[in-house]
Design a protein around this ligand. Structure first.
Ligand code: ZN
Length: 197
């Protein structure tokens, strides 16, 4: 069973059907309880069920058209879950719930087979708020949007842009991302600390 409070994306395995019953936002698929909506996992103790509290709250600071800087927390084939670090041009800390999701169809122009092909956990990306309410919708479609800082999957050092791909200066590994046109120029993000946890 995953930890209570964890953010779950559709398709994530939460527990086995021996541990919990399916409840709101989950279903039993072949003995696994999986999430069907985006939100936080909790146990409904009365029903011994795995339930999801949907991600609905949108930070008051965010409006349609805003450009935001986020960090990728989780990825499935269909979506990318991000933690919003700050709103570009707004000199204020983000407070409260900062989770948001980017659907695979909103990652780039054209057909993206899997979100995993475009982003990795830890990427710092620039996204645009397409819709703030009632549910937030983010996009990274467009030349100025996408990763502005990505890290080597092997050695975790920042990747360097080389033509249309990214290369690790330490081990030489080449990785692909949906990158912003100014990837690696570091001119927008003095507030974001690129520190690996
Ligand atoms: Zn490397």
């Amino acid at each position: 069973m995953i930890e209570e409070g964890s953010v779950v994306l559709p398709g994530d395995i939460i527990a086995t059907s021996e541990e919990l019953f399916p409840g709101y936002g989950t279903k039993d698929v072949g003995g696994n309880i999986i999430g069907t909506i985006i939100g936080n996992f909790f146990i409904n103790k009365k029903r011994t069920a795995a339930e999801i509290k949907p991600l609905t709250s949108v930070p008051a600071l965010l409006h349609k058209g805003d450009t935001i800087i986020c960090e990728v927390k989780k990825i499935t084939d269909k979506m990318v879950l991000v933690d919003i670090l700050h709103v570009a041009g707004v000199n204020r800390e983000m407070a409260g719930d900062k989770d948001a999701a980017i659907r695979v169809s909103d990652i780039a122009a054209g057909y993206v087979v899997s979100a995993r092909d475009e982003y990795r956990i830890g990427d710092i990306i620039r996204a645009r708020v397409m819709q703030a309410r009632p549910a937030m919708r983010l996009s990274t479609e467009g030349p100025h949007l996408g990763s502005i800082k990505s890290f080597c999957s092997n050695c975790r050092v920042p990747l360097v842009k080389k033509n249309s791909v990214l290369e690790c200066p330490r081990c030489g590994r080449v990785e692909k991302r949906k990158i912003a046109s100014d990837y690696g120029e570091g001119n927008i993000d003095r507030k974001v600390k690129f520190v690996r946890r």
